[in-house]
Write a protein that binds this ligand. Structure first.
Ligand code: SF4
Ligand code: SF4
Length: 438
């Protein structure tokens, strides 16, 4: 839990939060819940812990938000600390349960409301609080300076141009078709991810740019319950896209970034029609279009022959609608594809979403325990390679691979596409061409 100094609980603020946002809608959800229990089996937390009734979605809401309404916001710190464990430790806001509720009750939105209330009282996981400070100070979750970010772009462009002739990472290019935004972990720890994207865009002859500000498409403030900061983060991105006059904001292989930019962000940033001011496209859709349109061609000799499965990131497949595109890409890359059961919109959360991974060591044990369902799904496919087009899914499944001894390798689409794509002659570096001619 955050080390913020303990202040007395401000019940007036809690009451205001209960009445604002989705107050009327939430009260109606709470009143129509029939406690039928149909949502219980949809939740991987419930399934992973021997169907503990306290882990059913309806119970988690009743014990937190239901109580907050019943007590009209008059709660103490001990109550909010109990909520803390439920809303951050027992729900990733994956929205799977809503598919199984006959009334379509949105449990995730209600859990997010309690996160907002806990946040208002300084009760937030330490890992998320830390990233919020970084966003405030630098606009990105890693606290990277603009200079360091631009240096990383130049460095990656320089190195990668040795492999692909004419490759560049254009920063702040006005009028580009797409403004490519990344997860701050990429420039910080995995700059090769940005180099891979640059290779794909170069070969696809895309008109693209990376913005010098608003480049971090992640939004962990959204999961910390800090709506004001979450709105500012997404506004930074929208405003930069408007300034550059791009046609699309493209999102790297990250699930929650898509959720933030496409459908939660507009409301957080104050767009009452719920639409982003610039259309948003996820890498999964972009890569699918490149392959479909022949802008990227895969060398059939390099297709994977080992069994492969696909992790549907909740915010790309179920909540983002791109489950079919993900599988279409896989057809170009793998000969032996084995879907998980259940799959697509019904696939389970990896167990690392909703901010669980950046919440760090405090939650790791629970993250591994609840990930049991995903580990079992993967093991049942017999796959040796798991494609995960989301940083959180990637890290969680890699951790689950070790924890449950799954013998798997986790990869992104970028990694596979850059390994397998045919580099047209005009993009081959001079040295490589000379070798071919000899
Ligand atoms: S949103 Fe996901 S994690 Fe949360 S209760 Fe529903 S199914 Fe479980
Ligand atoms: S399925 Fe819907 S109505 Fe039934 S207990 Fe769950 S949230 Fe309530």
């Amino acid at each position: 839990m955050s080390e913020m100094p303990e202040k007395p609980i401000n019940t007036k603020v809690i009451r205001e939060l209960l009445d604002s946002n989705n107050g009327a809608r939430i009260r109606s959800w709470l009143s129509i819940c029939a406690h039928c229990g149909l949502c219980a089996e949809s939740c991987f937390f419930y399934l992973a812990k021997n169907k503990d009734p306290k882990l059913s979605p309806a119970y988690k809401v009743k014990a937190t938000l239901g109580e907050l309404y019943r007590r009209k916001g008059n709660v103490d710190r001990a109550f909010l600390e109990k909520c803390y464990n439920i809303i951050w430790g027992e729900c990733t806001t994956c929205k799977r349960c809503s598919l199984y509720c006959p009334f379509g009750i949105d449990i995730a939105t209600m859990i997010a409301t309690v996160r907002g209330i806990c946040h208002s009282q300084g009760i937030v996981p330490e890992g998320l609080a830390r990233t919020s400070e970084n966003y405030k100070n630098t606009g990105n979750q890693m606290g990277m300076s603009v200079e360091d970010f631009i240096d990383t772009c130049s460095w990656m462009a320089e190195e990668t141009a040795e492999e692909i002739a004419g490759l560049d990472i254009p920063v702040d290019k006005p009028g580009a078709r797409i403004m490519y935004t990344v997860n701050a972990r990429e420039p910080m720890y995995y700059p090769q991810d940005m180099a891979m994207a640059a290779k794909i865009f170069t070969v696809a002859e895309e008109s693209w740019t990376i913005p010098s500000t608003g480049w971090d498409c992640t939004n962990l403030a959204m999961f910390a319950g800090n709506r004001a900061l979450a709105g500012q983060i997404v506004k930074n991105m929208y405003e930069k896209a408007l300034e550059l006059g791009v046609q699309y904001i493209a999102i790297t292989e990250c699930g929650h970034a898509y959720r933030s930019a496409l459908f939660e962000g507009p409301y957080l940033a104050g767009y009452r029609d719920g639409k982003p001011p610039v259309p948003v496209i996820h890498s999964v859709r972009l890569f699918y279009e490149y392959l479909r349109d022949g802008r990227i061609k895969i060398d059939p000799e390099k297709m994977i022959t080992e069994p492969v499965t696909y992790q549907d990131p909740c915010n790309v497949s179920r909540n983002g609608g791109l489950w079919a595109e993900g599988r279409e890409i896989v057809k170009y890359l793998a000969k032996d594809f084995r879907d998980m059961t259940p799959k697509s919109v019904y696939n389970h959360c990896c167990g690392g979403g909703g901010g669980f991974i950046p919440m760090g060591a405090e939650f790791k044990k629970r993250r591994m325990e609840s990930g049991k369902i995903k580990a079992e799904q993967i093991r049942a496919t017999g796959a040796k390679i798991v494609i995960a087009p989301c940083h959180n899914c990637f890290d969680q499944i890699r951790d689950l691979g070790k924890e449950y001894d799954l013998g798997i390798k986790v990869v992104s689409f970028k990694e596979l596409i850059t390994e397998m794509m045919i580099i047209p002659e005009k993009f081959q570096p001079v040295e490589a061409k000379d070798e071919d001619d000899e």
